[in-house]
Design a protein around this ligand. Structure first.
Ligand code: NAP
Length: 345
């Protein structure tokens, strides 16, 4: 008799999984007040998907954008009137517990990190192509913030910025989720880093490796340069011409993002300005949309394991601490990452 392959996901042998889980979600766009911690059905992995038992997840600015549905342009993808996806969270570190059909390279029990939609929950689904094995030398807390924040910093420095030893690198937003990785990675790659953040966090940024720091409220960009080989811009929404004036004639600008750019476009128009201006100058001007892949996660993990990079942690909370973490981020109070451990409360 011919055996038909089972369409059911490959579950971890010997351990049954609960049918439900605790998760953070919201039904409408709005503030952190809209977040509910409730018990919902555990998702099942479909083709190409991996079910991850979440050990740790991390907050970043994208969480706030998804929560608020801003800039409004993003609602074309997220849902015009209300969010199509109700669960929250993207970055993840955890353990593989089930595989959808067609997934190779992972097995139940593997420690992994990367991105998984809805990671502020006990279980989350990831596309296998956005996960990588977590090396034993990288803590869950650090791995939890690599999928977006770490990967963005790495992609900006290495792929877009082509950073080289001895170069001078300016990181705007150096105390933030992306910036804390950018400062550490650039330092490990042999660059001389100048970090820009609020005065209260210059000590943090120096401890991460920055040789010089500036308070964005006190020092104009023109007085920090000129002469940077590479600017990684994660904050401030400064005009492209102002950023260019701080670069060497052959320097590189990589725009990652920045808050305060207007409710409709959120400052994305700077990307267009950089792309056009870059065609008429010896400077390299560009922007970045971070795209997690297994290869990128693996490359980053190797670099981190070879050095001393760790995510500075402001707090570790359970799902019930998510709202307070988001509000602290909005007030600019965080000194490092907010790590969410779904089973901590
Ligand atoms: N393109 C992509 O793929 C991608 C990926 C990830 C993130 N992003 C975007 O990148 C930006 C940063 O994300 P994040 O998660 O790192 O945010 P974050 O954790 O909130 O960090 C923001 C940082 O900006 C600093 N800052 C605020 N105003 C500034 C100014 N005028 N000049 C210089 N620094 C200033 C803050 O310093 P203090 O806290 O000291 O005040 C903080 O260090 C966000 O807009 C996010 O949406 C884009």
């Amino acid at each position: 008799m011919a055996l038909t392959p089972s369409p059911a996901p490959s579950l971890e042998p010997g351990r049954s999984l609960p049918e439900t889980m605790r998760a953070a979600s919201r039904r409408v766009y709005g503030s952190a007040d809209e977040i509910e911690i409730s018990v919902i059905a555990r998702p099942e992995p479909g083709p190409g998907e991996v079910l991850v038992r979440v050990a740790a997840a991390a907050l970043d600015r994208a969480t706030l954008h998804l929560l608020e549905g801003k800039p409004y342009l993003a609602r074309l993808a997220l849902g015009l009137r209300r969010p199509r996806r109700t669960t929250l969270g993207q970055q993840v570190a955890g353990e593989v517990v089930a595989l959808g059909s067609g997934v190779t390279g992972f097995a139940p029990g593997d420690a992994v990190f990367g991105t998984a939609a809805g990671s502020f929950a006990e279980f989350a689904l990831a596309r296998a192509t956005t996960l990588a094995p977590r090396p034993a030398g990288i803590s869950e807390s650090t791995a939890a913030s690599l999928g977006v924040s770490g990967l963005t910093a790495h992609q900006a420095l290495v792929e877009s910025g082509r950073v080289r030893p001895g170069q001078s690198v300016l990181v705007l937003g150096a105390s933030g989720a992306v910036g804390t990785y950018a400062v550490q990675l650039a330092t490990q790659l042999g660059a001389h880093v100048t970090g820009v953040c609020s005065a209260a966090k210059t000590d943090l940024v120096q401890a991460l490796g920055a040789r010089r720091t500036f308070d964005y409220r006190g020092t104009p960009l023109a007085q920090m340069g000129p002469g940077f080989d590479l600017i990684i811009d994660t904050a401030g929404n400064r005009p492209v011409r102002e950023l260019r004036s701080a670069l060497t004639p052959n320097g590189t600008l990589v725009i990652v993002g920045g808050e305060g750019g207007g409710p409709l476009l959120g400052g994305i128009e700077r990307n267009l300005v950089a792309a056009i201006a870059g065609r008429f100058t010896s400077q390299r001007l560009g922007f970045l949309f971070s795209t997690p892949t297994t290869q990128r996660c693996t490359d980053l993990a190797q670099l981190i394991e070879a050095g001393t990079i760790e995510a500075p942690v402001d707090r570790v909370v359970g799902l019930s601490g998510l709202r307070a973490g988001i509000e602290a981020m909005q007030r600019g109070e965080l000194r490092g990452h907010v790590i969410i451990r779904p089973t901590a409360d």
